[in-house]
Design a protein around this ligand. Structure first.
Ligand code: M1P
Length: 329
């Protein structure tokens, strides 16, 4: 495998990007993007958001032996919007997968006529999916579950936002004893203000990743310019035992639109990951992301270097979280 290596960057784009495009599908697909990712039965399995020419999206399975090449796409294996359900009338989007004791929990955005909301489904084989319904009312999206409970409760990261709100769209954390009833909600990461890269609107990327230093988060921040919005990625770290505690939040974005497939497409200047997979070496992470709301891509990074970056580039101002103090020598 060879990569386009830039030693200044934390993430290295796979040189074969995009790995999945609309043309991979045999029917009239407009775009394939924003995939969830999981290791399943010895393969890398992506749940890809596939938008057809109606404008509505479904979630379709794609598999590969090495996670980079020879993707088999199955348009009819996944979650198609159930148009009889109010919450899915305008499609299903942007899934995140979390493994639980005996299956996989999929949190995804349902696009309802009342606005986007958060839905939950469960599967064991990625062939049949048991819908568990709406778990956060509109407007809410960019949600993922932690892969373990805390004191017997599930924790959900999500991004509520009122349409037209001047108060910003922030990342929240909510709790549930049973995946049905949610509460004790609080802001986890506030969007910054003004000229910051993550001002006004942010949202979680892949589900939280447990490291020896805490839960690593990757989130997108949106900068609105006169030419449109730019979606870039930043990092934060939460306490292992109490994920309401933000240990660190990077000041700088660490991955942003750069290549032609990220800068040009249906929505230009967007990188939008919904899944990442930690390799067997325990350090290399493969981040799967949508580029320009058009194609699926992958980039790799060292988790150790991501944590190290957080320790060396701590929050200075603009958000109320303390400095990390475990910089590596
Ligand atoms: O077009 C960019 C992204 O816009 C939305 O994300 P968010 O509400 O977090 O800004 C989503 O529609 C997402 O799918 C899309 O990639």
């Amino acid at each position: 495998m060879t990569y386009e290596v830039d030693p200044r960057e934390l993430f290295t784009r796979y040189e074969g990007n995009p790995i999945i495009e609309a043309s991979a599908f045999h029917s009239m697909v407009n775009a394939a993007f924003n995939p969830a990712a999981v290791s399943f039965e010895g393969q890398t399995l992506l749940l890809v958001r596939v938008e057809d020419r109606t404008g509505l999206s479904r979630l379709a399975v794609a598999t590969s032996d090495d996670g980079f090449t020879d993707w088999e796409v199955e348009l009819n294996r996944g979650i198609a919007p159930d148009l009889d359900r109010f919450e899915e009338q305008w499609g299903v989007e942007d899934p995140r997968i979390t493994r639980d004791d005996d299956g996989y929990l999929i949190v995804y955005t349902g696009y309802s006529p009342g606005g986007p909301l958060v839905c939950l489904a469960r599967t064991t084989d990625f062939r049949t999916f048991e819908r568990r319904g709406v778990i956060q009312a509109p407007e809410d999206k960019d949600a993922a579950l932690f892969p373990r409970k805390f004191g017997g409760r599930w924790a959900l990261i999500h991004r509520p936002a009122a349409r037209g709100s001047e108060h910003g769209a922030h990342i929240w954390l909510s709790w549930s004893p049973d995946l049905r009833h949610w509460g004790d909600s609080q802001i986890l990461l506030p969007a910054r203000r003004g000229a910051w890269w993550d001002a006004d609107k942010i949202g979680l990327g892949p589900p939280p990743l447990l490291t020896e230093h805490g839960w690593l988060l990757c989130y997108h921040g949106v900068r609105v310019t006169v030419s449109g919005s730019i979606y870039r990625l930043g990092l934060a770290l939460l306490d292992r035992e109490d994920p309401t505690v933000v240990i660190a939040r990077g000041n700088e974005w660490i991955f942003g639109p750069k290549t032609i497939y990220e800068r040009s497409g249906d929505v230009p200047d967007v990188v939008f990951p919904c899944g990442w997979i930690l390799d067997d070496d325990g350090d290399t992470i493969r981040m799967y992301y949508g580029a320009a709301d058009s194609v699926v891509c992958v980039a790799t990074a060292s988790v150790r270097q991501l944590i190290d970056h957080l320790s060396r580039h701590p929050t200075l101002q603009g958000s109320e979280v303390p400095r990390l103090d475990f910089a590596q020598e």
